[in-house]
Unconditional design. Structure first.
Length: 358
């Protein structure tokens, strides 16, 4: 009985006892290594958790203080903002920076600049104060919000989170690229359209004042790349995970909608993110036409139009758009917001490359 058992074991390979012993040694070594890693990682994770809690407490204190400032503003009347000048709001913004709530600080600075915005400033001041109040209250009650909306609130107050969405590889058309600078930081915005996925993506990169950000994707070309989305309801922002080839020419164009469709899309975005300033939209078969002192994009096939906003009217790209159209319908990509549409790129109805407008 025993000899047969030994022969069977020998015929089929090493003895099970030997496997069990070596496996036990390996498993024991692996367990000890894992334990050492867990022990060494535990203090770092605990320290990171405590830092996050302290920062959340500071932001909560800052949001509560901001609520009091806004209450004082409304009690004193909007006219008091113009009398006090920007110094009061710069101080409030500095307090928000101290609270590590950069997003609140940026909105406070914008609020302080509104009294000098000319006609319509009181209305815009009230609008922005209401949105700032809503953001502060949302932070203070974030535990009661749906997770997507809570993620949007965290992003809006200035808490960054890594891109954790599923990676999407596609041929991404670079529709537009432009820079904004506030004197301290230059922000580059790059809008992409996925040829296969149909997704619209926003890439952001930053550079110190006077220096261009590193991200250099030429408008009008397509890039084979993998992107991942950031958390938050309805957020188009994504991160560039990997680029597989240099940008190359393409005939891909984003599908378009009407001006009424663009407004409906912006309204849907506000439902998910009340602080959304604009949404990316491609308008199809629109014609740029004068509208008093400004311009509008009118549907060629419907009796609707969208005004071109102040940012679009101040750019030389408006005249490139007018020249490209020549009175005929064109396809236009841009940002649609409460003060109108900002054209960023356009295509003729027939064959032709994208014309950058920014």
């Amino acid at each position: 009985m025993t000899d047969q058992g030994v022969r069977r074991t020998t015929d089929h390979g090493p003895a099970p006892a030997s496997d069990g012993a070596s496996g036990a040694v390996a498993d024991g070594a692996s367990d000890r290594a894992g334990t050492r890693l867990a022990v060494s990682a535990a203090p770092a994770a605990l320290a990171a958790l405590r830092r996050a809690e302290r920062r959340a407490e500071r932001i909560t204190a800052g949001a509560a203080e901001l609520e009091q400032r806004l209450e004082d503003l409304l009690r004193g009347g909007l006219a008091s903002v113009e009398r006090s000048g920007p110094a009061l709001w710069e101080e409030t913004a500095a307090r928000m920076v101290d609270a590590q709530a950069q997003g609140l600080a940026n909105r406070v600075r914008e609020l302080g600049a509104l009294p000098a915005a000319g006609a319509g400033a009181p209305v815009r001041l009230l609008e922005e104060a209401a949105l700032l109040h809503l953001l502060a209250r949302a932070w203070l009650r974030r535990e009661r919000l749906p997770e997507d909306l809570a993620a949007t609130v965290r992003s809006r107050v200035g808490l960054t989170a890594p891109a954790d969405g599923p990676a999407i590889r596609d041929d991404w058309l670079v529709m537009a690229r432009y820079d904004r600078s506030d004197g301290h930081l230059t922000t580059r915005r790059v809008w992409l359209h996925g040829a296969g996925s149909g997704r619209t993506a926003l890439l952001l990169s930053y550079g110190a004042a006077g220096r261009a950000p590193d991200l250099a994707l030429p408008a009008g070309l397509a890039v084979d790349a993998e992107l991942s989305a950031y958390p938050g309801a309805g957020q188009p922002r994504m991160a560039l995970v990997e680029q597989f080839a240099p940008p190359a020419p393409t005939t891909v164009r984003p599908p378009g909608t009407t001006t009424a469709g663009a407004l409906a899309r912006y309204g849907a975005a506000l439902r998910d993110d009340p602080w959304c300033e604009s949404v990316p939209v491609t308008l199809d078969r629109v014609v740029p036409v004068p509208d008093g002192d400004g311009w509008q994009l009118a549907d060629a096939d419907e009796d609707h139009a969208l005004p071109i906003g102040p940012a679009g009217r101040s750019r030389p790209g408006l005249w490139r758009l007018v020249a490209l159209s020549g009175g005929a319908p064109v396809r236009v990509f841009g940002e649609c917001g409460p003060r109108g549409f900002t054209p960023l790129a356009a295509w003729p109805q027939g064959p032709g490359e994208a014309v950058p407008l920014c």
